[in-house]
Unconditional design. Structure first.
Lengths: 107, 512
């Protein structure tokens, strides 16, 4: 995850409390989604950014996961996401995200 | 009449010693994890010059094989060398590091860079032997300095060391004592960009078959900025490049837009020519040291060589319509506007279907799309997937949503309307433009009629706006003959007819 984004996630967490933060991802690949999810839960696996060694354990979802999809207005989802949903390997993303949440999410 | 793509130049420079010292992934790692396993392991993953030359994607970039030929070889390509591949290609070359250091020195007009005299002596003949390097550039080579001077500037004066095979062979010093914009680090990045832009420009001029004096204007679209503390991005790479390349009649300016820069610059250039402001405009860009080894951590972790070991450069010559070359159709532009939004769906619609809808065309009416043409060998192991394929899937999915193809045909859309990526991950370098040289040829051979070049840029990286950006244009078969036919008899034809009539009249007089 981009170092600046790691910094922002860390600052928001300090400001609002980890239990009040949900990180929403839009990555195009399961692996990239998993890496970003790991960064905001277990800590930066690349040991490069502000979240290195910082286990925030935040709630983290990909925008194509059913938990998020059902919260979004159908027309908006159709207009903004449906094309990407057709393109992405959503099952792979869900399995990567679920595995990371099961292991590292604290909330 | 539309302007045409008269010729193109594409060059790579193999810079193994710059990966560790100038690539930001490595320089950042040296700050945050100085003793890391990655930094220890990286030197074992550097490719030799021959390995970089014998690499199929690099051979495609310089024009020795077509995108279709590359796609016929199953990837990954890094472990399938193309034996004895040539250094030179029809679009340009893959320059070795030592010769590039000499080129960099010739592009330094402020005596900031000096190489060791033995190094210069050792590599000067090879530099001179390159047919594209003319005597005016050779004349700019400095004979070199002693090791003491190099060590003094590197150790005591904050100069950047120039390394060859890990040995200190030169320096590039700061251009100001306190101004960070003129620090040795920035000057090195800028001179690298300028030198690789010069090389690409020289090839583009040669390949277009024009004289250097014919060039009226040059637009640089790299992602660096040159200036000082009072005007950090003052410019102007373009004119600096033109000076060394010998474009004596050219002025120029810089256009920026992250990776979308090239598409913006080409639309600007085509507009300048079509409007009649200038007859011949070059769009050029050099390479970026900061991105060397950008995905190196993943490559090393997965046992691959560091594939981001080359700088890229390109130049496109755009001229008045010559009646044969592929045209740039300015009636078919796509752009990401402020109100477009940043969802991929909105972005792709703005860039792809905006211009098609204006002309009642379907997505399938474009024969080939050239979006971000990054080499998947580089991006897939880094978890970023196959970038061109991702783009083709998005364009295909949009065609499904518009009812222009069946969902079952989505899987075959990328192969039919797309290509495998071959360009190095140098930001602006893979952004649509690598295909322009091939597109020109395929259009002129009648293999395709229309190609869409798409540039996308991540403006948010500059922290000035959260907006995304993009620009697209269409290259097409030359329509000059059609336009003339539609306009009736041309002026030239009238002259020919009058001449013929006069000759006949004179012949009749003589006969009488």
């Amino acid at each position: 995850m981009d170092l600046e984004n790691q910094k922002r996630v860390k600052e928001f967490t300090e400001e609002y409390g980890a239990e009040n933060i949900v990180v929403l991802l839009g990555a195009a690949e399961g692996e990239a989604s998993g890496l970003a999810a790991e960064t905001v839960t277990a800590g930066d696996p690349t040991f490069a950014g502000p979240l290195t060694g910082v286990s925030l354990g935040l709630k983290v979802y990909h925008v194509c996961e059913p938990e998020i999809k059902e919260l979004i207005d159908e027309a908006v989802y159709e207009e903004q996401i449906s094309m990407m949903e057709m393109v992405l390997d959503v099952d792979d993303i869900i399995s990567e995200m679920t595995a990371i949440r099961d292991e590292f999410c604290k909330y | 009449m539309n302007s045409v793509v008269k010729g193109t130049g594409y060059i790579l420079v193999h810079t193994p010693d710059m990966i560790m010292r100038n690539g930001t992934t490595q320089t950042t790692e040296m700050i945050v994890n100085p003793g890391s396993e990655y930094l220890k392991e990286l030197p074992n993953h550097i490719r030799t010059y021959d390995q970089a030359v014998n690499y199929y994607p690099n051979q495609t970039y310089i024009g020795n094989m077509t995108p279709a030929e590359l796609a016929a070889i199953e990837g990954p390509w890094y472990d399938k060398p193309m034996e004895n591949a040539p250094r030179y290609g029809k679009f340009g070359e893959i320059m070795p590091e030592a010769e590039f250091y000499l080129l960099m020195q010739t592009c330094d007009v402020f005596d900031l860079m000096r190489l060791h005299k033995d190094f210069v002596a050792e590599h000067l003949e090879a530099f001179k032997a390159n047919p594209i390097i003319d005597e005016t550039i050779v004349a700019r080579v400095n004979a070199g300095v002693e090791q003491d001077e190099i060590e003094h500037f590197v150790n005591d004066e904050h100069a950047e060391g120039i390394y060859y095979n890990d040995k200190l062979v030169g320096y590039l010093k700061r251009a100001h004592d306190v101004d960070v914009n003129l620090s040795a680090h920035v000057m090195l990045e800028n001179i690298v960009s300028k030198a690789s832009s010069v090389l690409a420009t020289l090839y583009a001029v040669q390949n277009a078959g024009i004289n250097k004096e014919d060039v009226d204007y040059i637009i640089d679209c790299c992602e660096e900025a040159c200036g000082d503390m009072n005007q950090r991005g003052g410019g102007n790479f373009a004119k600096a490049t033109a000076e060394i390349a010998g474009l004596v009649n050219a002025s120029g300016s810089d256009v920026r837009g992250f990776c979308a820069g090239p598409a913006h610059a080409i639309v600007d250039a085509a507009s300048l020519v079509k409007s009649g402001a200038f007859k011949c405009v070059i769009v050029s860009a050099g390479g970026c040291t900061a991105k060397l080894g950008m995905n190196g951590k993943d490559h090393v972790k997965k046992g691959l060589p560091i594939l981001e070991d080359v700088l890229g450069g390109f130049a496109i010559v755009i001229t008045e319509n010559d009646g044969v070359s592929a045209e740039i159709n300015l009636d078919m532009l796509g752009k990401h506007s402020v109100g477009t939004g940043s969802a991929p769906q909105a972005v792709i619609s703005a860039l792809v279907t905006q211009s098609l809808d204006k002309h009642g065309l379907k997505i399938t009416d474009i024969d080939k799309y050239s979006p971000e043409m990054q080499n998947p060998d580089v991006t897939k192991p880094a978890g970023a997937g196959d970038v061109p394929l991702g783009n083709y899937k998005m364009i295909g999915a949009l065609a499904v949503k518009r009812g222009e193809i069946d969902k079952k045909d989505l899987a075959s859309f990328p192969a039919k309307h797309g290509m495998m990526g071959w360009a190095p991950t140098q930001g602006h370098i893979p952004s649509g433009v690598p295909y322009i040289g091939f597109a020109r040829e395929e259009i002129m051979r009648g293999e395709i009629k229309k190609a869409m070049i798409i540039g996308k840029g991540s403006l948010f990286l500059g922290r000035m706006t959260n907006l995304f950006d993009g620009m697209s244009f269409v290259m097409q078969t030359n329509t000059a003959a059609e336009a003339q036919a539609a306009a009736g008899v041309s002026e030239d034809e009238v002259k020919v007819l009058i001449g013929k009539a006069l000759k006949e009249f004179a012949a009749n007089l003589i006969a009488e």
